[in-house]
Design a protein around this ligand. Structure first.
Ligand SMILES: Nc1ncnc2c1ncn2[C@@H]1O[C@H](COP(=O)(O)OP(=O)(O)O)[C@@H](O)[C@H]1O
Ligand SMILES: [Mg+2]
Length: 290
């Protein structure tokens, strides 16, 4: 299910002469099965873009297509059912009296009139809960507000997964999670991506996340697409990264520091193991020499 944005613009207040554009002339095509990161400084338009992709905001100009069809021009809003959005701090959106009711809310709406009984809804809830690592029988009747922060977030994500999206968009999903919570979340995203073929679009401001998980990085700057390419390539371009407000990955900063001290790395290292391997090679070679 390819999703395209063609010359998309968006303004929160399009009337009048001094229109402020949150997005301008945005062209993006996301192909099925991709794992894409979306970055850019605060206010660059990331959240606006994801709300356009999920049909929550209609474009002010330009055309959006899902599987080649424009859901607005053809009046087929149900096409957006294939796109799920996990908001930043999704746990704030829990509102039902039980975990089951919360996760079942989406599929119940989506399947209304199509499912003669609750069996299909239950199947969806069961699958979504086990995808986030929560066993339905022990969690179904708990009150969402009794759960820990991490558990709440898993329930909220299960609520989106229960819609069985083909494209899953997550707006800064690791904000406020500890290292273990982040690992669990990325394990889940990769499982969905690899095993279920779910396309992932991840809004992130952590360069390490982009490098470790995404095969493509989209960078927004002042509402336009400033970069679209391999995360390694874009993040290694220091003037570009600085201009777009992106942080440099720690490993690159370490490599630059070592180079400044006379120990240049033959290759750009992207994770701590790569820095260590190159340093050890250099030092090992140094020891071996008489
Ligand atoms: N609800 C809103 N009403 C008016 N302007 C908004 C609203 N939400 C965002 N904006 C403006 O739109 C621009 C893009 O914001 P946003 O998409 O939230 O960026 P990001 O998610 O990258 O921080 C900013 O200038 C922001 O102030
Ligand atoms: Mg945002």
């Amino acid at each position: 299910m390819p999703v395209t944005l063609e010359h998309i613009s968006f303004s929160y207040s399009p009337q009048g002469s001094g229109t402020a554009w949150a997005l301008r002339a945005v062209n993006i095509a996301i192909q099925p099965g991709e794992f894409v990161a979306l970055a850019g400084r605060a206010g660059s338009g990331k959240s606006t873009l994801v709300q356009l992709l999920t049909g929550l905001l209609p474009p002010t100009g330009g055309r959006l297509t899902i599987d080649g069809v424009d859901p607005f021009a053809t009046r087929q809003p149900h096409l957006f059912d294939q796109i799920g959005l996990v908001f930043q701090y999704p746990e704030h959106q829990l509102f039902s009296a039980t975990v089951y009711a919360d996760v079942a809310f989406g599929p119940r709406q989506q399947l209304r009139g199509r499912a003669p009984d609750d069996a299909l809804v239950r199947q969806r809830v069961d699958w979504a809960m086990s995808a986030v690592g929560l066993d339905l029988t022990s969690w179904a009747d708990r009150h969402p507000l009794e759960l820990s922060g991490g558990e709440k977030r898993r329930v909220a994500i299960a609520g989106v997964l229960a819609l069985r999206p083909r494209l899953l968009i997550l707006d800064e999903p690791t904000a406020g999670l500890d290292a273990r919570g982040r690992r669990t979340l990325f394990d889940l995203l990769h499982r969905l991506n690899r095993e279920e073929g779910v396309t992932i679009l991840l809004v992130s401001h952590r360069p390490e996340e982009m490098l470790a998980h995404a095969s493509r990085l989209l960078v927004l700057d002042a509402g336009t697409v400033a970069g679209d390419g391999a995360p390694q390539q874009l993040l290694a371009d220091a003037p570009f990264a600085t201009a777009c407000g992106l942080e440099q990955p720690d490993c690159l900063r370490l490599a630059e520091r070592l180079a400044a001290e006379g120990l240049p790395m033959p290759e750009r290292p992207w994770d701590p193991a790569a820095v260590a391997a190159q340093v050890l090679t250099r030092c090992g070679a140094g020891r071996a020499q008489p």
